[in-house]
Design a protein around this ligand. Sequence first.
Ligand SMILES: CC(C)(COP(=O)(O)OP(=O)(O)OC[C@H]1O[C@@H](n2cnc3c(N)ncnc32)[C@H](O)[C@@H]1OP(=O)(O)O)[C@@H](O)C(=O)NCCC(=O)NCCS
Length: 170
Amino acid sequence: MANDKADGGYMTDAKAPTLDRVDGSSIRPLTREDLPCVMELELLGHSHPWTEGIFRDCFKDNYRVWACIHKDELVGYAIISYQFDEAHLLNVCVHPSFRGMGLGRKLLRHAITVAIEDDLACMILEVRKSNRAAILLYRSEGFQQIGVRPKYYPGPSGGEDARVMELQFT
Ligand SMILES: CC(C)(COP(=O)(O)OP(=O)(O)OC[C@H]1O[C@@H](n2cnc3c(N)ncnc32)[C@H](O)[C@@H]1OP(=O)(O)O)[C@@H](O)C(=O)NCCC(=O)NCCS
């Protein structure tokens, strides 16, 4: 897989889908002041949301935390931890009203670009087997499934399996 950086973004190949279709969105580091807005999105975005305490624990040197901003409003975020030479995508979420506009891809590409600049070797993540939108996003950015974690996520019938996906940077 080629890891070109074109137009300031990370491209897996020449046909990679274009970035956001929202005018004027930008990405900047997340701050503790963003947490009330983050929690609103988190509750909308996940069946088993993180607590604010979990987010607070992510403001550390070995984390990269990103906010997607549209017209001064926080409309998405991504949380990545660094361990050894691996970037671990722990959480990515876009406000329901802004989904399907390329912002999830923009956040993901930003996280990948920075992880490459930080000299990491790969990005890994877990995703619910039923989360089709997220799986299609990851696949289209070049992630491949490397394993399954049985019953990794809480769910109604004893838990749901996670796909473990990886993107090697070289
Ligand atoms: C997963 C998520 C972050 C994607 O964000 P998004 O901004 O809607 O995604 P994008 O608009 O950038 O779309 C990127 C790709 O994802 C896939 N995708 C996104 N929404 C989709 C949908 N409803 N159905 C199928 N594929 C979808 C497509 O491949 C899309 O590429 P395309 O637009 O070229 O077709 C968003 O759906 C979300 O916040 N979900 C709730 C939280 C979550 O599940 N996070 C992931 C946990 S692992």
